[in-house]
Design a protein around this ligand. Structure first.
Ligand SMILES: [Zn+2]
Length: 274
């Protein structure tokens, strides 16, 4: 029997769909967009809760909202800077930028610029899981990525990749189309010409995002959901870093949970759903 991708009409149809997807996507990098179920907002909200559970402190509503806003601004102000989204397999620059934002935030004497750096750092961490093939590579181990250290050893992870946005400068347009046709067991390997559109797991509405991970520990979860859960864990770890380092500005945002009885976060959630 002939492979579907070898039939000319099938290839033409897939190629047309690919071009449509790319044209819809050229106006900016969407990241964990609005469709979810995991969005940047939802990931931050879950991470704030996890952080409170672990430290006994809540992030004050106004600080939490500013971290959220600065997280969104990565897509508004830097849509074409791949290091803010770990795109184009720019792992060295993405990892270096994350470290720079973290180290400069702990010494920053200004609250607003500190929260801006934390918000942008949280965006990098979250986009890494949605845009790279880390979740596909580690689908049987469900491991957090050493994003902060990738600049030292990303060369040792030859299959780690994130898609080009919007078009790939390597390979032929046919290679980019072929990415959409690869079977799931090849998603953890380097694919020539892979685009952001082919690889992203920003929501449960993309090719990889909607696919249930073929893994005994996925328990029916999609790649988007696995990426979202790891993004929550990593964002909580990022918040913990600023807490452990006693960043003076971040610490000024702390309220002991026993004083708010959890109200701070309930109000934060309520305000965001208005
Ligand atoms: Zn992004």
């Amino acid at each position: 029997m002939k492979k579907l991708s070898s039939l000319p009409w099938a290839k033409f149809t897939i190629y047309s769909i690919f071009i449509s997807i790319v044209l819809l996507d050229v106006d900016g990098i969407r990241s964990f967009g609005m469709r979810g179920p995991y969005t940047h907002e939802k990931i931050n909200e879950e991470a704030f809760k996890l952080f409170s559970k672990r430290t006994g402190f809540e992030v004050r509503i106004d600080c939490a909202e500013m971290i959220n806003q600065y997280n969104f601004q990565a897509d508004v102000y830097y849509p074409n800077k791949p290091e803010y989204h770990c795109d184009n397999s720019e792992f060295y620059r993405c990892s270096a930028l994350l470290e720079k934002l973290k180290t400069s935030a702990i010494k920053d004497p200004n609250l607003i610029t500190t929260l801006r750096k934390i918000g942008l750092a949280s965006h990098i961490v979250q986009d890494f899981y949605a845009h790279s093939n880390w979740v596909e590579i580690t689908r049987t181990s469900y491991a957090m990525a050493p994003i902060e250290n990738l600049k030292e050893f990303f060369i040792l992870a030859p299959n780690l990749q994130s898609g080009w946005h919007p078009f790939s400068p390597e390979g032929t347009p046919e290679d980019s189309v072929d990415c959409y046709l690869k079977p799931q067991d090849e998603w953890g390997q380097w694919i020539l010409g892979a685009t952001h559109g082919c690889m992203e797991k920003d929501s449960n509405y993309s090719l990889r995002g909607i696919t249930i991970a073929d893994s005994p520990i996925a328990f029916g979860r999609t790649y988007h959901e696995l990426a979202g859960e790891l993004a929550v864990e990593h964002t909580a770890k990022l918040l913990q870093y600023f807490y452990d380092k006693r960043s003076p500005q971040f610490m000024s945002c702390m309220i002991p949970s026993f004083r708010t009885v959890g109200c701070n976060q309930t109000v934060f959630k309520g305000l965001r759903s208005l």
